[in-house]
Design a protein around this ligand. Structure first.
Ligand SMILES: O=P(O)(O)OC[C@@H](O)[C@@H](O)c1c[nH]c2ccccc12
Length: 263
């Protein structure tokens, strides 16, 4: 069966091939942002009482219209004012309606750690992330070999970017345990079926090495979700739709963060 993930990856391969032909890596390396010193998402998470990483997401394959009316710079500024630890910016265009320009605009408007949220399958995208102002990149175990995870992590670290390694089951975690990543994300959403359950985070928690900052991703809605997951050792919570489906994502992030902090 061909899954949506297969389709996305297929598009990415073509997209990157084309980009590589027209924009050599020297073009990316000449960006004024290429030399900047990154902010640390892992440090922010360790020092935070809420652990919220708030995402900018217009749409997704499972939700064709979350919110297409907002300006990315205003959204991330709202997240910053709300007290989020960092922000995640979708840069995939075909399936999520995001762009590298979104990332760049987000960078221009906040001094918050920014995660480039995309389907990384080539080192070229890691250079792109740095050139457009990211502080961290996402690596999705389901679409990479352990060797790729190692190589991509090494390159990201050379560029001063942190890596969030996303897993969805025990096998993906076990085969990548030797990757020296700071952040490990458990996606509650199965990217092949779109099913969402926080049980995934709960079940994998004890298998994740202590030294990694544990992040629970997707489908999180309420203060209770967060409090529960904290008991399993999670320090970070990646939330998109719950905030983005409102007219004022910053205000809804603030409401949740205030609730968490008052518990
Ligand atoms: O909107 P949600 O359910 O709060 O989820 C946010 C984030 O976890 C989700 O966008 C995500 C997690 N991993 C991904 C990989 C690719 C694209 C998107 C994602």
């Amino acid at each position: 069966m061909i899954t949506i993930l297969d389709t996305i990856v297929k598009h990415k391969i073509t997209e990157i091939q084309l980009k590589k032909e027209f924009f050599p890596t020297s073009y990316l390396e000449s960006s004024v942002l290429f030399e900047r010193t990154c902010f640390s998402l892992s440090k922010n998470l360790k020092n935070s009482t809420s652990g919220i990483i708030a995402e900018h997401k217009r749409r997704s394959p499972s939700k064709p219209n979350i919110n297409q009316n907002l300006y990315v710079n205003e959204v991330v500024l709202g997240y910053k004012k709300a007290g989020a630890c960092g922000s995640s910016v979708l840069t995939d265009n075909s399936f999520f309606g995001g762009s590298l320009e979104d990332l760049q605009l987000a960078r221009a408007s906040v001094n918050l750690p920014l995660l480039r949220k995309d389907f990384t399958i080539d080192e070229y995208q890691i250079l792109e992330a740095k050139a457009h102002g990211a502080d961290a990149i996402l690596l999705i175990a389901a679409i990479l070999t352990p060797q790729q995870v190692l190589n991509f992590t090494k390159l990201a670290h050379q560029l001063g970017l942190e890596v969030l390694l996303e897993v969805h089951n025990e096998e993906e975690l076990q085969v990548n345990l030797n990757a020296p990543v700071q952040l490990i994300g458990v996606n509650n959403r199965n990217l092949k079926t779109f099913e969402v359950s926080t049980e995934i985070s709960k079940n994998l928690a004890e298998k994740i090495p202590e030294e990694m900052v544990k992040i629970s991703e997707s489908g999180l809605k309420s203060v209770n979700d967060i409090i529960e997951l904290r008991e399993f050792g999670y320090r970070g919570f990646l939330i998109g739709e719950t905030f983005m489906k409102t007219d004022n994502p910053g205000a809804s992030a603030k409401k949740l963060i205030d609730e968490i902090e008052s518990k």
